[in-house]
Write a protein that binds this ligand. Structure first.
Ligand code: PLP
Length: 435
């Protein structure tokens, strides 16, 4: 069946295969996991199509019209991306996504501004945070092995990293600060412009992983004092496998050591034939975000408020995680006391959300991000990250809210601990008998 899905002020047909259609246009399974990835906007797909077949040239082919046509597509996309973040088009380096952008930024800047040569220790100090994405933490760990010191800041219960926290961690040999703009599990927003101001004052490079931020919030890298910024196509209704790194060219000019050698594309920062179709799609996605994000933010904020209010008025022992007043509008992360995480996910399996448990090879580990906020293992396991998007409707949110409430209520009927809690017993004070 073909459903007409609504974007803000824009009707666009998108065909979806549906297993079941509920009343009021609610279709199952329902996708509420836009922080993991977004569907590609059909207008993005339309823009990309000619670049597979007709305009297939290599933008590096400077001596014929096929190459020029592809290069023109890349040039337009570069400008669309630059416009979305207030950059100059020359400051955009195309990559395969935010993982690569983060690696290039962190390793590239650390090696470029190192105080001592490779192979020695004490090469310089880097500041990051314990609840960054693995695509930042793992490059930082690599840098530790390569002779750098890294301070991993710990957030308070609000999940935020502030200017004063960075200030407190600075050392004479600090060369790089890498802090995400918005957290992918919580949606919490760090003080990036303020941190950037501090970094510029101290002549330290600031990189921000803005994967969850860009496309949802207004961005101006110049005003916001950012030197390096990572973004990714598939988090903003563009294709997967394409992203960009913004590299400041003036005041100050940022230099990076490249991760890979080859044809010298992207001013030598990132060799390899450009992913022209992906880049054109990323450009179009940026253009659409610029046009719609203000209205979308308002719309999604009101849907989220509705969802949180509904859940909090129907259930006790629930908590919304992270600073409530500093969050992206489309993300909420909620812990439900006295339910078992896996059972909750099973009970709402037709609604695609993320859980507070991460699958490691042998077991389900509670999310390290929630643990960083001081949330206990049980509550972390029974947390849901619900993230809405361009085609999320009020009807879907009404339905999802009802289903979650119903599932939690049913699971709590089976919970002796919840009974004890209702009888006023403080569960944390119980001394359990050992067998
Ligand atoms: N950084 C953050 C904050 C993310 O949320 C993600 C994706 O989940 C990444 C980095 C990795 O991005 P990509 O999938 O483009 O490599």
């Amino acid at each position: 069946m073909i459903l007409r899905l609504r974007t803000s002020g824009h009707k666009y047909p998108l065909s979806l295969s549906t297993s079941e259609v509920y009343q009021m246009g609610v279709t199952l399974p329902m996708y509420l996991d836009h922080a993991a990835t977004t569907p590609c906007d059909p207008r993005v797909v339309e823009a990309m199509m000619p670049y597979f077949t007709e305009t297939f040239g290599n933008p590096g082919s400077r001596n014929h019209s096929f190459g020029w046509a592809a290069e023109k597509g890349v040039k337009i996309a570069r400008q669309q991306i630059a416009d979305l973040i207030g950059a100059d088009s020359k400051e955009i380096i195309f990559t395969s996504g935010s993982t690569e952008s983060n690696n290039l930024a962190i390793k590239g800047a650390a090696n470029m501004y190192a105080k001592k040569p490779a192979g020695e220790s004490g090469r310089g100090h880097i500041i990051s945070a314990i609840h960054e994405h693995k695509a930042v933490l793992d490059p930082c760990k690599r840098m530790e092995k390569d002779g750098f010191d890294v301070t991993y800041l710990e957030p308070g219960p609000d999940g935020l990293i502030t200017r004063s926290m960075i200030e407190g961690a600075l050392r004479d040999d600090t060369i790089l600060v890498t802090i995400m703009w918005a957290n992918n599990e919580l949606g919490t927003i760090n003080e990036i412009p303020e941190i950037g101001d501090l970094c510029h004052e101290k002549k330290i490079v600031l990189h921000t992983d803005a994967t969850q931020w860009v496309g949802n919030m207004p961005t101006n890298v110049k005003i916001d004092n950012i030197d390096l910024l990572s973004l990714s196509g598939h988090k903003m209704y563009g294709p997967k496998g394409v992203g960009a790194l913004y590299v400041r060219r003036r005041k100050p000019r940022i230099r990076l050591t490249a991760l890979q050698e080859g044809g010298g594309q992207e001013r030598g920062f990132r060799s390899g034939t450009l992913n022209v179709t992906g880049i054109v799609g990323l450009g179009k996605a940026c253009e659409l975000c610029a046009q719609t994000m203000d209205d979308e933010r308002e719309r999604l904020l009101s849907l989220r408020n509705e969802l949180e209010t509904k859940i909090e008025s129907a259930l006790d022992v629930v908590q919304v995680n992270g600073a409530r007043d500093r969050r992206l509008a489309h993300i909420t992360n909620i812990s439900f006391g006295f339910v078992e995480g896996e059972s909750l996910m099973m009970a709402i399996k037709e609604i695609a959300v993320s859980s507070g448990s991460a699958c490691t090879s042998a077991s389900l580990e509670p999310s390290y991000v929630l643990k960083a906020l001081g949330i206990g293992d049980d509550l972390a396991h029974s947390s849901l990250r619900i993230s809405m998007g361009r085609w999320t409707t009020k009807e879907q949110i009404d339905y999802a809210g009802d289903k979650i409430i119903e599932a939690v209520q049913k699971l709590r009927v089976l919970s002796p601990l919840y009974d004890m809690h209702n009888e006023g017993i403080d569960i944390t004070k119980i001394e359990w008998a050992a067998h």
